[in-house]
Design a protein. Structure first.
Length: 226
């Protein structure tokens, strides 16, 4: 019979995150933000989860006194120093002083938790990770052409720096137009579009970050060129 696992809410949350991470439905960065752990810790948890499953994420020391638990004497001494001599210090610097100057044996995390509990330091809020769903490519050639410009010293000092305009068909990912111009402007894009029209015909729409992320139709640009 399988052993019945007793898990805390925190451990259940970890299992859910590790499952999504294992199925590649979540990135390591997103997992770290949710669990408030570093990428290194996330990789270690994922390795354990893949090897031992949910049981590997259950705390082994549950119900036992932690070997790393601070003695009341060390705790009292650290708090006294944090409230007086090292008042206003951050956890990292405070831990450094307590260990090197005061010869107290405690971890940086213990110092951090003590300072939070006594309202001596407030942790920064973790920014919520926004997951952007990938946009599907258009179905057919010419439905959408993405256009962009890249300023660079393309001729390595043999000519003035210029801008390379690039037209990429969204459906196929093919480069359909390249043109060197002096600067990135509507007029330079219109001239490049003229070459695209002659070779590929009129697209349904262009898309450019430069144009305030607005779509404008190929018909409109063609009307301007005529």
């Amino acid at each position: 019979m399988d052993e019945l696992l007793q898990m805390s809410a925190k451990e259940l949350n970890r299992v859910e995150v590790m499952q999504k991470l294992s199925e590649k439905r979540m990135s390591q960065k997103e997992a770290g933000a949710i669990l408030h752990l570093s990428t290194r810790q996330i990789k270690r948890l994922l390795k354990t989860y893949r090897k031992k499953g949910a049981a590997g994420l259950v705390a082994r020391q549950r119900g036992r006194q932690s070997n790393n638990r601070l003695s009341e004497e060390v705790k009292k001494g650290a708090l006294n120093l944090l409230k007086t001599k090292y008042k206003g210090f951050g956890p990292t610097l405070a831990h450094e002083k307590l260990v090197e100057k005061e010869k107290l044996k405690l971890s940086d995390e213990s110092v951090r938790q003590l300072m939070i509990a006594e309202d001596l330091w407030k942790p920064r809020k973790v920014k919520k990770v926004v997951t952007h769903q990938l946009r599907e490519r258009r179905a057919g050639f010419g439905e959408l052409v993405q256009i962009d410009g890249s300023p660079f010293d393309w001729f390595e000092g043999r000519a003035d720096p210029c801008v390379l305009l690039v037209f990429i068909d969204d459906a196929t990912g093919k480069v359909v137009q390249l043109r060197f111009v002096e600067s990135e402007s509507f007029f330079s894009y219109a001239q490049a579009a003229e070459g695209y029209f002659k070779r590929c015909g009129k697209p349904v729409a262009f898309y450019s970050d430069m144009l305030r992320k607005q779509h404008f139709s190929g018909e409109c640009a063609l009307h301007w060129l005529s």
